[in-house]
Write a protein that binds this ligand. Sequence first.
Ligand code: FAD
Length: 627
Amino acid sequence: MKQKYPNLLVSRPASHLARQQYDVIVVGGGHAGTEAAAAAARVGAETLLVTQKIHTIGALSCNPSLGGVGKGQLVKEVDALDGLCGRAGDWAGIHFSILNRRKGPAVWGPRAQLDRQRYREFIQSELLGTPRLTVLEGSVEELLVTEPNPEKPGHHRVTGIRLANGNHSISASSVVLTTGTFLSGSLFMGQTTSPGGRIGDAPSSAGLSHTLRERLGLRIGRLRTGTPPRIVKDSVDLSQAKLHPPDRHPTPFSFLNKNTRCKPEDQLPCYLTFTTPGVERVVRESLHLNCHIQQDTKGPRYCPSIESRVLRFPGRRHQVWLEPEGVTSDLLYPQGLSMTMPPDVQLRLIREIPAMHRAEIRTPGYGVQYDFVCPTQLSPALQVKSTQGLFLAGQINGTTGYEEAAAQGLWAGVNAARWALSMSPVILSRTESYIGVLIDDLVTRGVTEPYRMFTSRAEFRTALRPDNADLRLTLKGRYKVGCVSSLRYQETVRVKDNLQEVLEFLCAFFLSGMDVLQYNDVSFEMLASVFPECLSPYMEFSQRLKIEAVYRPLCDLQKKDIERIQKEENMSLPLDIDYFSLPVSLSQEVREILDRVRPSTLGAATRLEGITPAAIAHLLNYARHTG
Ligand code: FAD
């Protein structure tokens, strides 16, 4: 690694940096931070990424996988905006599969098992090759902010950061905080608690939490998550588990890639096994030794620990997936066995599963609790409403998962750069992308438990498909946002022009080719064999055209709803409205909700819990008269 990317691993004292003033500083080199830093630099900002350890940039803290149902859509969208994670997934993937195949292609979930080391290497080399981006190893101790504006009490402006070591300050017009599970992080194993953001890594300093809570007055909550023990592969009897092969033909995440790095025949399998009554017994017997599970802090509902699973559904057997950790790794990741009991009890527990009756643990599972900032305090550009130039992304906003972090990171990075370069913020609507759905859910509804993406969260999922993320986002990304390279732009234009030509041809048939293509047993290949001259040049798009034909009628029906929402989203509500003195008829409860959340548009107000249709009608009148 050191020889391969010599510049990346050079860690210099901050005082040796070529400049002491940046447009954007990104704090944290996880999934949010790496996308944020790369995106800010692509937009044109001089960017500094400060992270605790350079060699952990792009580390997969928990599961060695990317994508899945809802999450795969986010990866495709990040890729369409020229982000890193899709291409990194294609480089590091060792087992590709499309989940949810039994349902329609709109909700298919592209997913891959990853080689941890390859993933990190790809992200690190990409960052190293990004113009205008400097990477510094260091821990940020404090955010530098101005005193509140006397005319707007509580309103600050960020001016930079102060590093922990050497007390060195660096100035910036905007700062993106992506501290993940590290903000006031505590690790839990059995009855032991220690400060930490991830095993082997110190937590983010108390000074940072202090700035957010005390100086900026932000509402902070606490969440938790956990990870399973890593199992020595050779100690597992895989003949007692069910082999789960990958897809025969791996589907790349990135629109730029025709193939994945891993050849189809070199992919590694996963294995499926199940818990036994013995597992439940060990969990129950050891509850008094397990302080993480006794806490009230909310954990991820859709990725629960084995303790939560057996306590919630007693008597059931639960799936355990044994997943490879990498091409040369001798470890397996037992998905479904996240646990926080003492290490000796963890060993007893896993040995209750027949395939693991002689298994050895390399590193035990553990839990982590961390601070998050209630995300209703952010604008749809992911900027803290009360602090100019401060952006937050990733787990710090109450989400869970690499994909959710990457998506927010990219968008926060884009907007931080635009803020620093005096450009207006850009917003993604929930009608055009899953990233828009994610951000809108966070900033209007907030979170009470770690938020993860599902296709069911997107009202217009038939239009927001994995196959068309490029057409939805790349052109906007190039012209309105400024984060897309000319290489990707040109490829998207080629695809768009080709699709337009072939669609025109198909729609011009006497009996529309698109109508015919809707039928289950009709494929584009069949039509092309009838009209080889006109259609065979477009064979590379056969699957996209089939999907387009199937969903087109439904998408046409939804157009009106999409237009209505877009109209409401274009009606902005000033962030400094005094809702308590607004001269319209609103109940005290509604005024309180509006005052707390401060929705930035009428559309966002309609999605707030507790806001009645009557209240929206009053707000609409108000917005019309003032806008
Ligand atoms: P992270 O990937 O955590 O990255 C944060 C980065 O910020 C790190 O590089 C850190 O060094 C750096 N940093 C922090 N503070 C500072 C500072 N003051 N100065 C400089 N650098 C700083 N996700 C799931 O989807 N399901 C799960 O079950 C799950 N379980 C998990 C279990 C554990 C124990 C952990 C640790 C994570 C788990 N995750 C899980 C979460 C997953 O790792 C995150 O969702 C994802 O990594 C979030 O990305 P991020 O960029 O927000 O933060």
